[in-house]
Write a protein that binds this ligand. Structure first.
Ligand SMILES: Cc1ncc(COP(=O)(O)O)c(C=O)c1O
Length: 439
């Protein structure tokens, strides 16, 4: 577990004590929290910066670290990230637009959408960002748009190395079948032909999945795509093509620790393994791209919700809170696949201790029986007015917000140095903004 205080190379969760300290500071600072803030989303920006700097220190200097916008698209967060001289992975036209608005230079943007329209491709080519085609059909579409011109953009193709599904089926994308990329086994020759045909095609891209995939799986995927890369480069050389595949996009997918006693998967271990097995990838022959999202953001965020009521039954208590399936879509719809640790703070931010004789359900405010973010968990006695803290919420939570029941998105607060300073990253959504959404 990450201890209080910044720690280089740390790669895990923020401690309960640190959360309590930051929350107390937020409660006592003017203009941070007000009475309408029934729930709050926190992001530890100092820790986020620390994690990105760690990645930068592990890879070659010219690598592009394209942080996956889908994990956390808050513009103020993107602007903090941009200052660190890294880039962004955009999976849709709006994400591409957000990347531009963050101020990042186009050569650090990677455009990965799996369903790019002609207009979107033209937009990306005009911008000059790197584009990863998702299919052989998309390559042909890009070729038509480019015509005879030499594109400003560099271009790669997403390959599915078919290394198996991890233990979360819905976020695994490298099984025998995947809707993403070009399956390597069935299309090896066709892929190779495209590299021979299109002189602007100089990159390969893979992404194995998000959470639930081991380092071994990620490394196996790299191995398969790298073998293919050598094969193509050999044949380009033999044909005196005067070019090589020289962009290798590793994707994201490093798993994150969500459980209290779970060892974190360290980025340094992943990079050490890659360096050991594939020395050539770390030479001037290749420009590396990474697309991490979850491992950057997940452990840097947490959510606080006031307990509105506690319903007590003979055998079970239910704490009714202000976020549920709207913010925790994955947890509520696939409860066995996802987990968040929960702690209880009193109304002043102190950690509550002890064990209630009844277990607790932590239920959200939506009109849906599955709107439960923790089932039969052991907690200290919870009272109305306490705060339920949901941990490790920095990735794939707000970005997946659901509009069902039209609840207001809570205020989002960034903080530095354990809450010595705060910055409002997004105000609590107003009723009129919501009305505009449905108008
Ligand atoms: C193409 C691509 N790159 C990067 C990512 C980020 O993955 P993660 O957040 O697990 O690092 C994803 C996630 O779905 C993805 O689809």
């Amino acid at each position: 577990m990450r201890k209080s205080g910044l720690k280089k190379n740390s790669s895990s969760r923020i401690s309960d004590e640190e959360i309590s300290l930051v929350f107390k500071r937020a409660l006592t600072q003017l203009n941070v929290i007000n009475e309408n803030d029934t729930a709050l989303i926190f992001h530890d920006i100092s820790y986020l910066i620390e994690r990105i700097n760690e990645i930068k220190s592990l890879f070659p200097k010219n690598a592009i670290h394209a942080i996956a916008i889908k994990a956390n698209p808050l513009l103020k967060v993107l602007r903090q990230i941009e200052k660190l001289d890294v880039g962004f992975e955009a999976a849709s036209l709006p994400e591409l637009y957000f990347a531009e608005k963050s101020g990042v230079s186009p050569d650090k943007i990677i455009f990965d959408s799996p369903a790019k329209t002609v207009n979107e491709i033209a937009y990306a080519l005009n911008l000059g960002c790197h584009i990863n085609a998702d299919s052989l059909y998309e390559l042909d579409r890009i070729a038509k748009i480019i015509g005879e011109e030499k594109p400003k953009s560099t271009i790669g193709i997403r390959i599915n190395p078919q290394v198996g599904t991890g233990n979360i089926a819905l976020t695994s994308v490298a099984g025998e079948y995947s809707k993403f990329g070009v399956a390597l086994k069935e299309n090896r020759a066709a892929l190779k032909a495209k590299f021979e045909q299109y002189e602007w095609l100089t990159g390969v891209h893979l992404h194995i999945g998000s959470q639930g995939c081991s380092i071994e799986m990620l490394v196996k995927g790299v191995e398969k795509v790298l073998d293919f890369t050598y094969e193509v480069n050999e044949s380009l050389k033999n044909n005196n093509a005067g070019r090589q595949i020289n962009i290798f996009d590793l994707g994201g997918g490093l798993p994150v620790s969500y459980h209290r006693d779970e060892e974190a998967v360290l980025m340094s271990d992943y990079v050490k393994t890659l360096k050991h097995q594939f020395k050539e990838l770390f030479t001037v022959d290749f420009k590396l791209i990474t697309e991490f999202g979850r491992t950057i953001h997940a452990n840097t965020g947490w959510v606080a919700s006031k307990v509105e009521y506690v319903k007590r039954e003979p055998d079970i208590n239910t704490a009714m809170i202000h976020v549920g399936a709207d913010l925790f879509l994955r947890k509520c719809y696939r409860p066995d696949d996802w987990h968040h640790e929960i702690i209880v703070l009193d109304s002043h931010g102190n950690i509550k201790t002890g064990i209630d004789k009844n277990k607790y359900m932590i239920a959200g405010p939506l009109c849906f029986a599955g709107d439960v973010i923790a089932t039969e968990i052991i907690l200290p006695p919870v009272e109305q007015g306490d705060y339920i803290i949901i941990q490790d919420t920095g990735a794939y939570t707000l970005s997946m917000w659901s509009r069902y029941n039209s609840r207001q998105i809570p205020k989002v607060i960034g903080y530095f140095n354990e809450g010595k300073t705060f910055e409002i990253l997004r105000e609590r959504e107003s009723l009129d903004t919501l009305l505009a959404f449905w108008s």
